[in-house]
Ligand binder design. Structure first.
Ligand code: GLR
Ligand code: MG
Length: 431
């Protein structure tokens, strides 16, 4: 008998998960960050899971979206986009606001909708795979590799969140200079076997970050390195950095903000430029590719509206001879599993993908995913191959319920003001 794929129930659970004091150009990560866990149940009692951003602006779209799903089938993946178009986005959510959590340029209704769709698409694929006895990668056409390589995502960071702030502790210690960045990289390599390193920059004046990259190159000769200041530099500064350390870098990520500035930098350096800021939607591709502004697009299934759109992006990149890899910000194991499935199906993935996962001490899964030799094995179990730990989910949801609202919206600048009351989000270019 064929399975009944009808959606009978959708459950949305906003949670707050521990996040260390990682620094970026906007400020510092909050001690807890919001995520949304989506569960989709079919008439046969199969449940699929997905995960996305959990700030209110996403929740207020996810709720009406979820209400429209009951009665449809988990195989109706294309319909998710038409359903999303029916969900209205309040103007106050988009008017000239910059997306803080994702650092992906100006917020638009479409970007918000696609981030919500992504979690539902992944949950549908998980349920569909379970119903058919197939792994998600098989639903995407099949894996072309058995393991997906990730890079160590190095951050300047404090040892702890500011005194008096409720937070979970970790044992990483501070990393605020080249020697401690190298030490952090060493521990990433020891713990997870990573051999590519990405340093989140835009935190200190460029010369300090140049020194950190030089120290990494000396400590890990031949290992691919990247530096990502999230658009904090002017064109001239970007070119100076490219000239000084370009030879040490696999690519320079978003040195300057926006396609015109990236195109100017790209025209005057041979160092490949990667982005997760100026090409984050299909609409942004044409100008960036026509101007040869980027050589690698860092996809992110949360941005692009799911795993199938990520593959479509990869096809466009392939057509134009642009490389593709994967961006990440704070996420849990459901999303790592989803990233791994889709990455396993993209033939021309030539760079290790980014993942914040090693920074996340908490998860909603019964078993954490593990990196071996810097890689995550591609699961062949039906669906995503992960299992939700309901007690953990309830615990993290209670933390969200108990919050007075202060942490329910990710705001790195506000988190920084706790330590530095005068802090304002730096204007761009910062250097
Ligand atoms: O590659 C990137 O630009 C990011 O990962 C953006 C993230 O938001 C990251 O900077 C962070 O979480 O601080
Ligand atoms: Mg980036």
């Amino acid at each position: 008998m064929s399975p009944d794929l009808t959606i009978t129930d959708v459950r949305l659970t906003p949670i707050l998960v521990a996040d260390p004091p990682l620094l970026n150009t906007q400020g510092v990560h909050q001690p807890y960050t919001p995520r949304l866990i989506v569960e989709i149940r079919t008439a046969d009692g199969i449940t699929g899971v997905g995960e996305t951003y959990g700030d209110t602006k996403y929740l207020e779209l996810a709720r009406p979206f979820a209400a429209r799903l009951t009665g449809r089938r988990v195989s109706d993946l294309n319909a998710l986009f038409t359903i999303a178009d029916e969900v209205s986005v309040d103007d106050s959510r988009t008017s000239s606001q910059v997306d803080v959590g994702g650092l992906r340029g100006v917020q638009t209704a479409d970007k918000l909708r696609l981030s919500v769709v992504s979690a539902f698409e992944v949950a549908c694929l998980d349920a569909l795979g379970k119903a058919l006895g197939l792994p998600v990668h098989a639903l995407l056409g099949g894996k072309v590799r058995d393991a997906v390589e990730y890079s160590a995502y190095l951050f300047y960071r404090w040892a702890d969140h500011p005194e008096g702030v409720r937070a979970e502790k970790d044992d990483w210690g501070a990393a605020l200079d080249p020697a401690s960045v190298v030490e952090q990289a060493r521990r990433f390599k020891e713990r997870h076997g990573f051999t590519s390193f990405k340093l989140k920059g835009g935190v200190f004046p460029p010369d300090e970050e140049i020194a950190a990259v030089r120290a990494l190159a000396e400590a890990f000769p031949g290992h691919p390195l990247r530096l990502d200041p999230n658009g904090a530099w002017s064109v001239d500064t970007s070119l100076r950095v490219a000239q000084e350390i370009g030879g040490l870098l696999e690519y320079l990520e978003d040195p300057a903000l926006g396609t015109p500035a990236m195109a100017e930098v790209a025209a005057r350096t041979d160092v490949p430029l990667a982005t997760n800021m100026c090409v984050t939607t299909f609409a942004e591709i044409k100008e960036a590719f026509a101007r040869d502004a980027v050589q690698v697009v860092l996809s992110d299934h949360h941005y692009w509206g799911g795993l199938r759109n990520t593959r479509e992006l990869a096809a466009v990149c392939r057509t134009f001879g642009v490389g593709v890899s994967m961006h990440s910000n704070t996420h849990l194991g459901i999303s790592l599993a989803a990233m791994t499935h889709v990455a396993s199906t993209v033939p021309d993935l030539h760079h290790a993908c980014d993942s914040h996962y090693p920074w996340q001490s908490e998860d909603v899964l019964t078993e954490r995913l593990v990196f071996r030799d810097g890689k995550v094995a591609v699961s062949d179990a039906p669906g995503l191959g992960v299992e939700l730990d309901r007690d953990r989910l309830d615990f993290l949801h209670r933390r969200w319920q108990d919050d007075d609202g202060a942490l329910r919206e990710r705001d790195d600048a506000a988190a920084m003001r706790v330590a530095e009351p005068g802090w304002v989000t730096p204007s761009v270019p910062r250097w």
